[in-house]
Design a protein around this ligand. Structure first.
Ligand SMILES: [Zn+2]
Ligand SMILES: [Zn+2]
Length: 116
């Protein structure tokens, strides 16, 4: 958080709900949909929100996916995120079935040798 005199800009993250999806990183099927916004504050009172972003976080590997704003209503109704609802991958963790963390670029798990 930083201040310009008595004004402040604060970044907030709020959990909206748990949804089902297929994580491309670890093949987990559960994620948390969060709303992230920057809040403009005046004397610590939130005045308005701007640059709202919806981010889906995998509950297992913590991979993060940015969600299309236009898909939010559908997701809240169905509690399901499809591949086309994801705008971009912010951060992806790849984890092998054996639990080994995979470094980008590897095609085989360095621990158990399984093809990924
Ligand atoms: Zn995952
Ligand atoms: Zn492995």
């Amino acid at each position: 958080m930083f201040f310009i005199g008595i004004f402040g800009i604060n970044s907030r993250s709020k959990k909206i709900k748990e949804v089902s999806f297929r994580c491309t990183g670890c093949l987990n099927k559960k994620g948390e949909l969060t709303e992230n916004s920057n809040v403009f504050e005046f004397f610590f009172i939130p005045v308005f929100k701007f640059s709202k972003k919806y981010i889906l976080i995998c509950t297992k590997c913590k991979s993060m996916y940015k969600i299309h704003d236009s898909s939010i209503e559908k997701i809240l109704e169905t509690e399901k995120v499809d591949y086309e609802d994801m705008e971009e991958v912010i951060y992806e963790n790849r984890i092998c079935e054996c639990g080994e963390k995979i470094v980008d670029g590897y095609e085989y798990c360095p621990k158990c040798g399984k093809k990924l």
